[in-house]
Design a binder for this molecule. Sequence first.
Ligand code: BES
Ligand code: MN
Ligand code: ZN
Length: 477
Amino acid sequence: MTKINRTNKELEQVNKKYCRIILTDDLPSWHRLVETKGGQLEYRMGIGKKKEMTVRAYRTLIRSIVQTAKSHQLDNIALEINVKGSPQLENMGTEWTHRTVSENLQLAQYEFNKYKTEEKDKVELKEILVCGKMTASEKKAFEAGLIIGEGANFTRDISNTSGDDMTPSLLAKAAQTALKGTKAKVITLDIKAIKKLEMGLLEAVGKGASDSSRFIIVEYWGLGKPNKSDVEKKPVVLIGKGITYDSGGLNVKPSGSMHDMHMDMSGGGAVIGTMRAIAKLGLKKNVVGLIPTAENAISAESMRAGDIATSMSGLTVEIMHTDAEGRMVLADAITYAQKFYSPSVMLDAATLTGASLSALGQHTSAILTKDENLQRILQELGEESGDLMWPLPLWDEYNEILKSTRADICNIAHNFSRWGGCIEGGAFLSFFADKKIPWAHLDIAPRMESIATDKLAKGATGEPVRLLVSFVQQWKG
Ligand code: BES
Ligand code: MN
Ligand code: ZN
């Protein structure tokens, strides 16, 4: 792990063990590592015209600094935060700047070395030193950013872990570890409890696996536990898809589409990482995280295409396709949230469809909601935090295609239509969401794995932890 430290010293004052990062107005492709006459290492990076610096470019710049330092095998680097002369950044305010810098340093230093045995394959910086005096509020924002970035990195560790080492019961253990020593409480419901609650969809998805389905609950009462009448204390409920491995089930995935499905618990992992950050920040908010978790495996016990399962809500679901399992486990979690928590708002995050990638590419997740206010907030916070979100429609017209001949609804289009698959997933969930509760579905499949322009380690991105924390911070249900 790289240490990220702070000093009141100016960049020019730090000692020679640090390579100083100097930003210049040369073209952004211009980079040069120099050793001055005094034996001081300097890494000079062109950033182009300062006054044209954008929020997005700034985040990438912070990450590039770390990535470049790693590739030059530098052990210690020092840098400063200075956005004078960049109107877009100055506009965001200094708290945003400080949080953004520490978050992105934290995200960029991350490497996943769990399965590496050769020392030379483990590239990590020793220390990043951030120079210059900070005001109290800047310091607070900077420290918060480190905690939020760490929460996202915790999520990445969970997501990057193989399905064999992260089965439903092990995911429940990871949640325990994540929240240990905090005010949050973790409760895990086993298969007996799941059956008793009649969560028939969560049960069905896990039937083929040797480690059965679990339902992980993380409660954080930053405002105190609410009574029935405590409207102000109604919690934000965050739901995350926790499919620890998605083979597709009997409708088995083709080769080439299966190897990365250990990351199909990224939504659940993000909810765990978010709860960890929220609890460590000690936010004065009530938040509940729900993670329905199962392995979508193949065996004689697996759910079959054509089986009909009864959801916790009572709606019966014809399982037309065993690979549309994420929406099934989420549906029961939504019902559970509504039955036991009276949420002020519900957000679910799920690597739900490959179709979301066809629609949007790999730069943004999809938002599906009927609540225009919520859509606007999430899109804006996405831009501010870096966990980008883009809306797709969730109109009632799309519901028609899910009608079933033998049951109430199908889990995919009854005619196997492949069009609008991402919306279809949202439409399915909308059958379970109470119209009186603001709710948004985030299809995060596009952001499951990092791409080169992210300037992050390959593998899981830890999204949308930054967005979810920001959302909880500002939500006034
Ligand atoms: N976990 C997958 C979706 C996915 C695909 C996430 C690629 C990340 C990358 C999900 O459970 C799934 O299999 N969805 C199917 C739905 C289809 C059967 C309607 C899909 O996208 O093909
Ligand atoms: Mn699937
Ligand atoms: Zn899946």
